[in-house]
Design a protein around this ligand. Structure first.
Ligand SMILES: [Zn+2]
Ligand SMILES: [Zn+2]
Length: 341
């Protein structure tokens, strides 16, 4: 009988291409936990007393992040948030409910919210209108920016020290490659774990799974009995073109030479470390509409600007800010009974 290359006892269930090892479930799990811990410790992502706001999409990555983090951090210091995007037939409530149940099992408070609750519109409504108006902004852009904003809002409200998201190695290397190709130096530096957010109003974001392959998170979740989502996001084919091309190209490179993505991110980590460390938060101008930080020379923040293109000039979240003020107020005013979408 073939045995696991590490414990030499149990039956192997995973072939880890980039190491050439056949691993049993236990040794595979240990390997993931060890690598996540190493990445957290290496950059000081999370300190022992930190309150962490965990963004859980309800997918396999978020399940792995939850299952890994509870072994490394005090669960009473973790708050989980799930944001329902409002995409027909996708991210259905049942998945979110499963992740919520898991969080509860670990003793973690869980908040369910939605893009609709925050902006007043589901992602599908926003996307439909932007298609009608031929805006040319991808659904992923609307979705990503809204989700980041909502997580940050909750992190500020709960006084969290960090927000943690489940971006994996595939996500991060694709984003880095796109930043390289577009010459987006700041975007590239902001991906580095040593960089600080652009403004003091943005809670530092950490990505503990950034060195874990997507096939590994999928395998981890599957072996743990987490039901894999059978449906893809309905907007997958509307991903920004460059990102989609980079994604395909990187998969081909990885297939030819397993370990390529890891080496790529490791190299960037080293090249960028010094510049990333020197990037400090600054006092940024506030968006005239919502009070959130925007970049110099801009009247509106990115989200307000994007929503305006889709014909939404008074998003619901503008009710959260005192006129002229910067701090969000009375979030409960925004709570709607069904969470939207
Ligand atoms: Zn083993
Ligand atoms: Zn704004």
């Amino acid at each position: 009988m073939t045995v696991c290359d590490v414990c030499k006892r149990r039956k192997p269930v995973v072939y880890q291409k980039h190491t050439g090892l056949k691993l049993c479930k236990e040794c595979f799990y240990q390997d993931i936990h060890r690598r996540v811990k190493a990445e957290i410790d290496r950059w000081g992502m999370i300190k022992p007393g930190d309150t962490i706001l965990l963004g859980l999409s309800g997918g396999k990555d978020s399940w792995v992040l939850l299952d890994t983090l509870v072994r490394l951090h005090d669960p009473s210091k973790i708050i989980a948030v799930t944001i329902i995007e409002g995409i027909p037939g996708y991210n259905r409530r049942e998945y979110a409910e499963r992740v919520k149940a898991k969080a509860k099992e670990y003793g973690i408070d869980h908040i369910m919210t939605s893009i609709k609750e925050y902006t007043g519109h589901t992602l599908a409504e926003i996307v439909d209108e932007s298609i009608r108006r031929r805006v040319g902004v991808s659904p992923c852009t609307y979705c990503g920016i809204s989700r980041r904003r909502i997580l940050n809002l909750y992190a500020r409200m709960y006084g969290a020290d960090k927000t943690a998201t489940a971006h994996n190695l595939d996500d991060e290397s694709q984003a880095a490659f796109v930043n390289l190709l577009r010459g987006d130096w700041e975007g590239l530096l902001r991906q580095h774990p040593l960089s600080s957010p652009a403004s003091p109003l943005i809670v530092p974001r950490v990505k503990p799974l950034r060195k874990i392959y997507e096939w590994e998170t999928a395998t981890y979740a599957y072996l743990g009995g987490f039901p894999l989502q059978e449906t893809e996001c309905a907007y997958i084919n509307m991903m920004p073109t460059l990102r989609a091309r980079v994604r395909r190209a990187l998969y081909r490179l990885e297939e030819r030479r397993p370990g390529t993505l890891l080496t790529f991110m490791e190299t960037l980590d080293r090249i960028l470390a010094e510049d990333a460390r020197s990037l400090k938060p600054q006092q940024l101008p506030s968006c005239e509409r919502c009070g959130e930080p925007t970049s110099h020379g801009r009247r509106l923040c990115k989200l307000c600007e994007l929503l305006e293109k889709a014909g939404i000039e008074k998003p619901r979240y503008t009710e959260l800010y005192q006129h002229g003020g910067r701090e969000p107020l009375k979030l409960h005013r925004l709570r709607v009974s069904e969470g939207g979408g």
